[in-house]
Design a protein around this ligand. Sequence first.
Ligand SMILES: Nc1nc2c(ncn2[C@@H]2O[C@H](COP(=O)(O)OP(=O)(O)OP(=O)(O)O)[C@@H](O)[C@H]2O)c(=O)[nH]1
Ligand SMILES: [Mg+2]
Length: 230
Amino acid sequence: MKKPDGKVVLLGDMNVGKTSLLHRYMERRFQDTVSTVGGAFYLKQWGPYNISIWDTAGREQFHGLGSMYCRGAAAVILTYDVNSLQSLMELEDKFLALTDSASADCIFAIVGNKVDLTDDCALPPDENRPEKSVASCGAKVRKQVRAEDAIALYKKILKYKMLDEKDVPAAEKMCFETSAKTGYKVDYLFETVFEMVVPIIVRQKAEGPPQTVDITDYKPAKRTKSGCCA
Ligand SMILES: Nc1nc2c(ncn2[C@@H]2O[C@H](COP(=O)(O)OP(=O)(O)OP(=O)(O)O)[C@@H](O)[C@H]2O)c(=O)[nH]1
Ligand SMILES: [Mg+2]
């Protein structure tokens, strides 16, 4: 197998949809998943580069592996569920420290998934949209996490990493809302990240062997009937 030139890692609480996002992007479909055990990766050819995209397990007992997967990562995609404020808070409390082993110039993206379950008509009707009311929203629920909450987390990450806002991509550019189910903004997310990762790969290659996990000995996780990584 060709060695990857760079690495992107998905981190986040269990059930937020990391595996589903990766399936949607790589396999172009939404399918049943089982909770990830350990981790698994896909290889994506991006221009002349091979990028490994690592799907990690959100389950607590596997958090220890997260920092190993993040070693030398050029980008980390911190994923939460827009319907769970807790899942956003966990990114700061439990997952951010796992990224200490990532590349010094690692890119951070914050992704709120499952927007298909929400509807902005579930927000209180405003004067511009008086016709929309909570009653018309069917099964859709009010989004628990606002875009500003994700932006605030991005700014905290910069502080934690001791990075200056002027030297990194703007928070508004790095906070995404997606739906793995409908595909909403999934390509945009991954492709924005890949574009940003290329200069990091170029630098890593110029500086010598990348500090990536050696996957040549890696035994891919057993696949279920649905093709999902177990
Ligand atoms: N409605 C909706 N459901 C989703 C979406 N993404 C994932 N799900 C569902 O959420 C559940 C969890 O999805 P996974 O992709 O397995 O979540 P995960 O983050 O990989 O979870 P772990 O592997 O346990 O860390 C599954 O039932 C998915 O079908 C989405 O965008 N919309
Ligand atoms: Mg998973």
